[in-house]
Design a protein around this ligand. Sequence first.
Ligand SMILES: CSC[C@@H](O)[C@@H](O)C(=O)COP(=O)(O)O
Ligand SMILES: [Zn+2]
Length: 211
Amino acid sequence: MSILLEEKQRAFAELRDIKANLAARGWFPATSGNLSIRVGGFEPSAFTFAITSSGRDKSVQTPEDFLLVNEKGLPTEATSLKPSAETLIHSEIYRLTGAGAIFHVHTIFNNLASELYGERGSIPVDGVELIKAFNIWDEEAQIEIPILPNYAEIPRIAELVEGAIVPRIPGIVLRKHGIYAWGANAFEAKRHLEAFEFLFEYVYRLHVMNK
Ligand SMILES: CSC[C@@H](O)[C@@H](O)C(=O)COP(=O)(O)O
Ligand SMILES: [Zn+2]
């Protein structure tokens, strides 16, 4: 078996598991969300990743759930499947960060937090222990999670990603849309995603509590 085929099968299997796990939490309402894992080698100008197909019910598992695309977001193999409508955002994050996995979900709390701090352009989080999930170990660390506008045209969003990425924060929020969280591999991207979602709920509830 070729190395790429082996890697593809491993990536699809990992995506299947993470998809089932996040679906069980209700993190893919109404077919929203998309997931990707990089396969094979990586150069900022040439890479391949496995990504969810567009518009599918991500709470069910089918043989049509994933496909391989290149750094331009184009399928690398003959297929009738359409890559996620948001593939270009994944490409841009891979190009800029060298990440190994990117997970995108829409939740009530990431939408609320993004709207609460939409005008500020970032969501501040102050001294919460779970910031350590991002490998930030300072006592009472303060972080700002970047927010981008939710333009209808994905290329318009993709071109803003470079200016929005904060090196120590492995995520970007689209306003009233959802979070993209990434990591060196699927394990790390999931840990980051869970930490972000915990922090969004904390930020929102703290705001309500202090009102
Ligand atoms: C059905 S609403 C969600 C979509 O507009 C989009 O934001 C999304 O996350 C899923 O798109 P997809 O093309 O299935 O990857
Ligand atoms: Zn989305």
